[in-house]
Design a protein around this ligand. Structure first.
Ligand code: T4K
Length: 416
């Protein structure tokens, strides 16, 4: 495909007959999973700190090299519990360029997420900006290791120490990654992983908090079980954050295939890099290969002047071909409710976040995507960029056409 007329936006059949997703779950050895599930059914022990959850926690803590792993029902509840157990109050500094759960986990407990700008090179919190956001009400900082690329941890730790703030990390993307040779999961007061189905390592739904802090670990394991310490004795406010046995069975099975998942992700990352090398205005975000990294997101940055197409126009081209590229984390937490109403002027202090939200898109990877599919996806991108003026005109006119159809449909409905 090199001629623009071969693209689906010009009426040709889509390049893929079936939709190609970002975040298709990786599935390890089915036999092992089904054996575990059968065993669970036979034993009639489904939840409440069962044997698979205990085994999963022990293996994960060893894997990361920390003393405690507290498995939870999902990453969001794990964040909420960690935030409460740390005693965060007032204001907490977070990036706006993150999944909405980071902000919601605070606001859910009436703690104000204070959105801080990111460094355009790392896509993570800019430590210089963090300093500027601190007020007398600030109790902590939550760094997010976006795409699995670690925050500038040393710098954030220094700020937290100097300003007497708590520091924790939303490490939802960063299982299997390292910072200066040490595993993510071992920094700050604690770190939170997500094992949602769309993560390269999944437990269907799930999450965990990892920490080396004895008191914090005990508090979080009580809080995830309503605050019960033994039968009939509740000593904290708590919730239900427990991981089920079936999720832990999936986690143990995923752990067995961890290396294979990474090898596949790395192969895909390199294939995208090779295939898109030299395409004007389109760059594949790189990972620091001196560190351990999971390569789970293929992130494309689109420079609309050089590419001749905006990120959104390129996404439209791919959608027409059945490639479900995503605009994570568009439009930024600060532009979503309730934060948009709470902080109407946030856009003014988040220029880098605003700009990144306009240029980033995420492409499919994982075990469901092979090199032939990647080649086709990249060919679509190359064709679109090399025929940018015609492609842009077509995308704009089909949008206009849909708009007109929609408004005339509305008019006739109203008239009728
Ligand atoms: N912090 C950060 C930085 C996070 O990224 C997340 C979660 C969290 C905290 C919270 O952790 P959890 O509470 O979720 O454990 C997805 C996930 O739902 C979310 O877990 C994830 N981040 C976020 C980045 O992505 P959506 O809105 O993209 O999900 P959805 O349903 O559109 O699915 C994405 C694609 O994956 C679709 O094309 C379909 C495909 N898919 C999805 C599922 C669930 C499948 O093929 N199979 C599936 O089972 O949020």
């Amino acid at each position: 495909m090199s001629n623009e007329l071969e693209l689906a936006i010009f009426g040709k059949p889509p390049a893929f007959a079936e939709k190609v997703h970002v975040g298709r779950p990786n599935i390890g050895n089915r036999e092992h999973l089904l054996t575990r599930i059968n065993h669970m059914l036979d034993s009639a022990w489904f939840t409440n700190n069962g044997p698979y959850v205990q085994e999963f926690e022990t293996k994960l803590a060893d894997f990361v090299g920390v003393r405690y792993c507290i498995a939870m029902c999902n990453g969001t509840v794990a964040l909420e519990i960690a935030i409460r157990a740390l005693g965060l109050t007032g204001e907490v500094i977070v990036p706006s360029f993150t999944f909405i759960a980071t902000a919601h986990a605070l606001q859910w407990q009436e703690i104000t997420p204070v959105f801080c700008d990111i460094d355009p090179r790392t896509h993570n919190l800019d430590p210089a900006q963090v300093e500027k956001m601190i007020t007398p009400r600030t109790s902590g900082i939550i760094g997010v290791h976006t795409w699995g690329r670690p925050c500038e941890i040393d710098h954030l730790e220094a700020i937290a120490r100097r300003r007497n703030l708590q520091l924790m990390f939303d490490a939802a993307h960063a299982f299997g990654c390292s910072y200066k040779g040490k595993s993510i999961g071992s920094f700050g007061r604690c770190e939170v992983f997500s094992f949602h189905a769309t993560k390269f390592f999944n437990t269907f739904e799930g999450g965990a908090v990892l920490t080396n802090d004895d008191v914090l670990a005990e508090k979080m394991s009580l809080m995830r079980n309503f605050g019960f310490r033994g039968y009939d004795n509740v000593i904290y406010i708590g919730t239900n954050g427990k991981m089920t046995e079936v999720c832990a069975a999936m986690g143990l099975t995923s752990l067995e295939s961890f290396e294979e998942f990474i090898v596949t992700n790395r192969r895909n990352y390199r294939a995208y890099g090779r295939e898109l090398d030299g395409v004007p205005g389109v760059s594949v975000m790189t990972y620091d290969e001196r560190e351990l990294t999971n390569y789970q997101y293929i992130v494309l940055e689109v420079d609309e002047l050089a590419a001749g197409l905006t990120r959104d126009q390129l996404v439209d081209v791919l959608l027409a071909e059945n490639v479900l590229a995503r605009r994570y984390f568009f439009p930024g937490c600060h532009r979503m409710e309730p934060y948009r109403s709470y902080f109407p002027h946030a856009v003014l202090i988040l220029p880098e976040t605003e700009s990144l939200c306009r240029r980033v898109m995420v492409l499919p990877t994982g075990t469901s995507v092979d090199e032939a599919a990647i080649s086709k996806i990249c060919q679509i991108i190359r064709t679109a960029v090399s025929n940018a003026p015609a492609v842009r005109a077509q995308v704009v006119s089909s949008k206009d056409h849909h708009q007109t159809e929609r408004s005339s449909g509305t008019r006739s409905t109203l008239a009728g």
